[in-house]
Design a protein around this ligand. Sequence first.
Ligand code: HPA
Length: 251
Amino acid sequence: MLGSGLGSYADTLEDRVVVPYPEIPHMAGSAIEGHAGNLVFGRAEGVPVVAMQGRVHLYEGHSPADVVFGVRLMIRCGAQVLIVTNAAGGINEDFVVGDLMAIEDHVNLTGTSLGGRHEPDLGGTTPAPQFVDMTAAYDPQLREIAREGAHALGFNLREGVYAGMRGPAYETPAEIRMLRSLGAHAVGMSTVLEVTAARQLGARVLGISCITNKAAGLGTEELSHQDVKHAAAKAHDRFCSLLGAVLRRIE
Ligand code: HPA
């Protein structure tokens, strides 16, 4: 699942088959700049991969079911591991723009989850539980693989807790202080529902945040989507190398 500015990774897959979202029944497309809308099948490092080039968000008015539809679809197609990426604001004062952070855990502050009528037959190998265990939502072994991959590439992978907000306004400095006191190291507007859906279907999860800005009140600049996209684009090559290193080790 490729976040803001990171979508072009899908263009590097071998033996690509590109399916635009509008061709997929029930799949919602994003209208947000920087998010294309394709499901891309292919191979990377010998591993069969399906990538979502663009995602939909709660803040666009989509339901939780729409937000997680693509994740459920990819798992139904056979995906066993979800690698989810996003752009995030850094709350930890040590983080600098361009850092990559493996998500260790999250705080879901979107005000919603996978509610509604429970549908156990979501295509997993076993019925999907209504009450999803989130104890080890982000797989420690995959995080270790990512850490080793980053190390081999010569950089230090950050690790921390991701706070998932509904958005679309960026946070206030007071909210960032609150998030820090809740134990969050980075903040964004996606990921938490997708990870919940993946866990509901038993897929293992690796989450990587690209720190695109210092969170509100921590830097000197005002926050803008342009700057977030620009910073994500600058981190693109390193991010692609990390994905490659992870996939080689998964294989
Ligand atoms: N806050 C929320 N979402 C974000 C941010 C942020 O600072 N940066 C990128 N996505």
